[in-house]
Design a protein around this ligand. Sequence first.
Ligand code: F6R
Length: 359
Amino acid sequence: EKGTYEHYMLKEVDEQPAVMRRLVKEYTNEQGELVVDSTITERLNMSDRVYIVACGTSWHAGWVGKQLIEQLAGVPVEVHVASEFAYNMPLISEKPFFIFISQSGETADSRQVLVKVNELGYDSMTMTNVAGSTLSREAIHTMLLHAGPEIAVASTKAYTAQIATLAILAKAAGMASAKVEAEQFDLVHELGLVAAGMERLVGEKDMISSLVKEKLSETRNAFYIGRGLDYFVSMEAALKLKEISYIQAEGFAAGELKHGTIALIEEGTPVIGVITEEETGAHTRGNLKEVESRGASTLVVSMEGLEREGDGIVLPKVHSLLTPLVSVVPIQLIAYYASLQRGLDVDKPRNLAKSVTVE
Ligand code: F6R
């Protein structure tokens, strides 16, 4: 039920702090320790390589998952678009472990890969919001996202639930193989900080709405740039903006912009920089300067501690591996207000269906 909300999307954006807390509850025991089905963590740790397969927003979450699993569990990860994997299968390692990420659990492109993976006899897991969905039934293991039904076509709370669930999996696998990085990462505490941070951000709707009015009301195109995790969030940011506001948008690795795409920057082109990493933040700021001097209208989303005067949105500080969970919130709201201000159908954008059951 939408309740007092005008759109499901806004309701689902607002639910994200509660989803983070629910996930912590679902995946902890009475002692407050994280618990993940040990057959899953064993299989993941026994594998020599993890293959994440997904589409769209779930694929973007997969990129963040790669960082989490590599950093905390120490197992190398490849991330693949399902529709490509199905027909262009890469060389598979000796002991692969497949993770299918799918909000609906019904996406045909992902299912097609799972069918092949099953034929080849590989171990697999589906991370989904829908218990009993096709992908959940056909994979060997399942982890649920516990995000509650997601109705709006644009995925929001499922994306953050996917990242949090991937973090839970990565931490549990790292603990099971005694990785210091996992032992030193107090995920339950950190997800609590994330939930509080998200709460603050969803309270900044009026400010974000006016930023959108100022920066995106006239434009036909826009760019998001970032490095590392901020790059992955930039890809998701562009998809969100495209699908509901119909503004042509691209998410870019900030350093790659100058290798061609900078030719598209004109007077007034919006370029939004996402900066949550200390190490790469200065470089992204340099890239923003480059486009500003070519006329771009820039907006910076930065993390507390890294902010500079003039930054449009300052994010609450969270653990460096979990920054997408907070940086994506204003980005979802930017897309929401861009759509709303254009008078478009926020929850049901043209040409799109909630689950894509054709290849
Ligand atoms: C974007 C969006 C799509 C889905 C994609 C995969 O907001 O919703 O990109 O993420 O179609 O869907 P699932 O996760 O259900 O497999």
